[in-house]
Write a new protein. Sequence first.
Lengths: 278, 328
Amino acid sequence: MTVADQNPPSVRTGSPVLEARGVSCAFGQRTAVDDVSLALYPGTITALVGESGSGKTTLARLFALFYRPSAGEILLDGKPVSARGRKVDYYGQVQMIFQDPFSSLNSLKRIRHVLSRALAVHGKASGRRETDAKVVEFLERVSLTPGSQYLDKYPDELSGGQRQRISIARSLSVEPRVLLADEPTSMLDASIRVGILNLLRKQRDEEGLAVLYITHDIASARYLADEICVMKDGRIVERAPTEQLITDPQHPYTQQLLAAAPDPSRTAWASNPEGEVR
Amino acid sequence: MNDVLLEARALSVDYVSERGPWVPACADVDLTVHAGEIVGIAGESASGKSTLLTALTRLQRPPAVTSGGSVTYRPRGGDPVDLVSMSERQLSRLRWTEMSVVMQSAMACLNPVTTILAQFRDVLKRHRPGMSKSDRVRRTGELLEMVGIPADRMYSYPHQLSGGMRQRTLIALALACDPQLIVMDEPTTAVDVVMQRQILNQILELQGKLGFAVLFVTHDLSLLIELADRIAIMYAGRIVETGSARQIYDAPRHPYTKGLRDAYPPLSEPVRHLPGISGTPPDLRNLPIGCAFAPRCAHRFDRCESERPELVVRGDGAAACHLVEVER
Ligand SMILES: Nc1ncnc2c1ncn2[C@@H]1O[C@H](COP(=O)(O)OP(=O)(O)OP(=O)(O)O)[C@@H](O)[C@H]1O
Ligand SMILES: Nc1ncnc2c1ncn2[C@@H]1O[C@H](COP(=O)(O)OP(=O)(O)OP(=O)(O)O)[C@@H](O)[C@H]1O
Ligand SMILES: [Mg+2]
Ligand SMILES: [Mg+2]
């Protein structure tokens, strides 16, 4: 039994769409994920925070079937996912945004190709006109405006934050039921970041999207997530509804994490909270 | 503290293209870094921050072209040199020992086919030729531990490290040859706050001891406000405001800066919906005649649409906004 099982957060509704049951994953001698159970629910955003190297990316990759767990299993709609099943069907439902936008986009392909291929593979658009229109729509949703201007660009012609937004647009355009987002906004300025967070929220509320939101930015986890899981040394050491975890952290590492988090409203020099432009 | 270490004057950088108009990614940028100073750059995604850093350090590659301005650097015990006109050979003498750079694509920057130790060894061998083999191994372990990575990880390959570990490895490498200037582009995007704090303290401690200067880009509030002596805010290829960390957060002068500051979700106050800055980011190839921020600005007036505001110095900061000029 892990901590996660003992504290069922009140936010859970219905049955999970994607679930890890007692999964472990080791690289040689090193155990990266150690007997973790975590369920993702429709219309629910679960944040995963924790130490660098604690296994967050590895857990997301287990969910995305990039690694095979050495123990435990991954279930989609309550059914174990078979390693031999059709990957295309799976990725039509479960999409991942990778941590590093500099190695996750094919630098030889134009943005039009990157996005329209995802749409075509998953049967979300057909014909050049319809596809281009849809690609532009998703580019503009992530503040890449005017969207048409990006179609013929290569990833190398884009800034870090622009690439990150391409990844987000690509994943969302497939209209998945589950989004595994590994530090999806780490290279975005605060204003564009909050725009993306609002977009994820909207997908949650309107489409019932389930999101695993991996971040080191606790304030954004609080803003976005319904519940927060804290990972350390390959295990989930604490899991609670967002406000409960923020106001009443139980595990010493969670307490440390909160104490270290920046909060300008808490610092002495934030003497002009209205911050009028003068 | 008053010695100018790096000074850019009217620096402009374009991305040249055959397929369409050029992208003016940096326009008329003035930036000064004093010896031992920590300068932070923040600003909108795609506003030219990485372009600026690569132009300053001459790491830019085509199609980027420095179309105007100068970058003056003062090496240890030497006369100032102009980096823009320097040859690659002269430059290579400055790398690592005078200035080192951690790029935004850090995670993709490590050589995938050699161990971490081999990559430290290459740099140390070239720039610390007197060092013995065992000293190099010891130094590598020491540097890794400085950024919270166990020394035995030096035998790992990059893909065996987590995202944050790879970033920290590059920070350690940047510190390896005691440079005078460390330039970092979003160095901790994948590092948790506890570790960030540790790195921050480590850098500050070393900085106090060795007195190097740091120029860094970040979206991270903690890094900016706790590390930077001075902050520059970029929008649409230009610096639109500079000031002390305190000034920028207490009393931002440029409406973009204020919008940016107000878009950080709080940790202790009640959560409410944050709209972000309304409107859409500017198209660099098609900028308005006046202020690039005007179309999104709630305070705009006629002049903002017809005349681009220059950076105007006020106290220990500066802002490029007609409102600031009107103040007087
Ligand atoms: N392919 C691999 N081969 C060997 N070890 C690996 C591999 N991938 C990850 N690891 C190790 O597994 C552990 C967990 O890594 P993971 O990438 O999941 O961490 P993380 O929580 O995502 O960290 P970060 O916040 O730094 O991205 C680390 O010790 C890492 O070095
Ligand atoms: N090789 C290139 N060719 C054409 N345009 C480019 C190229 N590289 C960057 N750009 C453009 O130059 C502008 C500035 O890019 P830069 O990478 O400097 O932004 P940035 O401020 O670092 O953004 P981020 O915070 O997202 O990393 C962007 O509009 C980008 O699309
Ligand atoms: Mg990771
Ligand atoms: Mg950049």
